[in-house]
Design a protein around this ligand. Sequence first.
Ligand SMILES: [Zn+2]
Length: 435
Amino acid sequence: MTDLLLRNGRIMDPANGLDGPGDILVRNGRIEAVGHGIPAPDGCLLVDVTGRWVTPGLVDLHVHLREPGEEYKETIASGTRAAAAGGFTAVAAMPNTLPPNDSAAVTRFILERARDAGNARVHPVAAITKGRAGKELSEFDDLLRAGAAAFSDDGSPVRDAGLMRIALEYARGLDALIISHAEEPALSEGGCVNEGRISTLLGLKGIPWAAEDIAVFRDVALAELTGARLHVAHVSTRGAVEIIRRAKGRGARVSAETAPHYFSLTEEAVLGFDTRAKMNPPLRTEEDRQAIIEGLTDGTLDVIATDHAPHSSLEKDVEFPLAANGIIGLETAFPLSLALVRAGRLDPADLVRLLSTTPAQILGIPGGALRPGDRADIAVFDPERPFEVTPENLFSASHNTPFLGTTLTGRAVLTLVGGRIVHNLLGTGGRTESP
Ligand SMILES: [Zn+2]
């Protein structure tokens, strides 16, 4: 492994109060020094990162890597390569694979595949219930021992409130994290867009905001009842933000994420029956979008996660109601989040906190900071670099994103995992990849 010196970047590490020009020396896979005018040791690769942001590697609490079972959409190798291209050095992989990750064997398989690929660290999220069927709890103990980082039935809610309560009690005893896919199916079933003006206009069955708010309220109440840690996935409504804000005010052990599409787009994006903008929860109204941004600004929402959900044209090039939910997000998350900084809604330090520091803390994994001695999981971004979102420029095996054909601003130009170069657009040393 080559040692390297990142010279003259904007070092951004809110965990240590750093935001200013400096150098980082990486040796033997770890951060050896952070400071000014660090001399380059012999044989060290010198990388000039003037004008670039140097941050802890981003941490994504919510991705779907599709392996095992749907490798034609994405593999652990291609999904983690997309992560590296987005500046992510660690991702939490949701369990709705085929078979679902409800066993130590599947958890270990995912970890082995991730190690073989070597592009990013993968933290498997195991299913709360066996087969994600909502009937019987999976073996939390076994799964934690095999390397599961958290539990979720993501893709589906746990319908039975009594079972969710038991899951939270069990998780509390193990200090494990439960991630809630908050959806009341009695209200959402058959829906494919936000219920309101657009659903009426298009003649599509809607999913009301109440389907999310009720479920968030239920799971937050159960977290308070049991004292367990709860993380609410993909918050999309104004009401959910308010419920979480109030719960935090009472001291509940609740954290929450939203995804870039919920603060970048509204339900208008599905006009023309564009299945690339179909997801669950659906894109909401401008009022919801503003409430999501407000939630990020005041700390109600702790994390920006991508909910990276690759699908092939088989699932997307079909009639709107039949199309699969979800969009890819690993490679567009940084530029879309950066747009909030440009708009004056977030500080650059908030961005690093939301995309790296806090998700690492919630998951209880190393990373999210740039301390000497830490393993060198580092991302370097060019905040001015245009990123044309085309199939050729994406590393994900799927291209289902409503941002396809647009040009975003800001891109990861160098990503290191344990000091190894896993993504490099600088054309300097190491393994250089196109584009
Ligand atoms: Zn979900």
